[in-house]
Design a protein around this ligand. Sequence first.
Ligand SMILES: Nc1ncnc2c1ncn2[C@@H]1O[C@H](COP(=O)(O)OP(=O)(O)OP(=O)(O)O)[C@@H](O)[C@H]1O
Ligand SMILES: Nc1ccn([C@H]2C[C@H](O)[C@@H](COP(=O)(O)O)O2)c(=O)n1
Length: 237
Amino acid sequence: MSDTVETAARTAPAAVIVGIDGPSGTGKSSTSKAVAAKLGLRYLDTGAQYRAITWWMLSNGIDVNDAAAVAEAAGKPEIVSGTDPSAPTITVDGADAAGPIRTQEVTSAVSAVSAVPEIRTRLTELQRAIAAEAPAGIVVEGRDIGTTVLPDADLKIFLTASAEARAARRSGELKGKEATDLAATQAALVKRDAADSGRKTSPLAKAGDAVEVDTTELTLDQVIECVVTLIEERRSA
Ligand SMILES: Nc1ncnc2c1ncn2[C@@H]1O[C@H](COP(=O)(O)OP(=O)(O)OP(=O)(O)O)[C@@H](O)[C@H]1O
Ligand SMILES: Nc1ccn([C@H]2C[C@H](O)[C@@H](COP(=O)(O)O)O2)c(=O)n1
């Protein structure tokens, strides 16, 4: 090994694996993307993968409430995630799925599809493979990253926020909506959280060794700063 290569190997920080979990609208995606971009890490949105497979089921006429039919089709679509935090991508069988996976139809169906064990096994394997290939490390966000997908992650974060704050954030994304929509948005968030927390296989849950960050009263910049500080502390420990 040349001196230069040897010095670089000694000084380059080891790959860092970060898992960020939490209920819907707590800021997982915004925080994870920004933290990964700041620290030169890859970024994986596992919710986008569950949405993508749900979109494929709906597009192929599979009844998402028929767990046996969903399980039988679980291995069929090819899901590919691009992990550049400044331009994350998701394709299904080669087609760009970034737009279609955000429709109300997919949002309403995704909890049923993601409760099917065969779906979880398939995507958990994919997520572990992506994390293992990230040279400098990766920020992976979802619902079961700390408990199931990456139980040996260097840092686990569990983001929370009040249902009111999360609904207000989501409504802010949909400018021009009436006040009554805020209540409907909150009810939909709470319903999806209950389904995600209540399923048998790898439910939404805080890992025992995760750091909980309540973002209700924090700006997004404050949450990003907090997570960056926690990662730097782990790296220097
Ligand atoms: N601390 C914060 N303060 C104010 N707004 C925030 C904060 N964190 C995130 N947001 C905003 O809240 C909305 C939801 O954030 P984001 O999509 O990151 O949440 P999420 O936890 O990934 O949600 P989901 O699980 O539904 O994908 C976005 O519009 C984002 O800009
Ligand atoms: N690790 C994960 C990530 C997501 N899901 C399911 C449950 C969510 O309601 C849905 C969509 O996720 P979002 O885009 O809102 O982050 O996907 C899961 O079960 N496990």
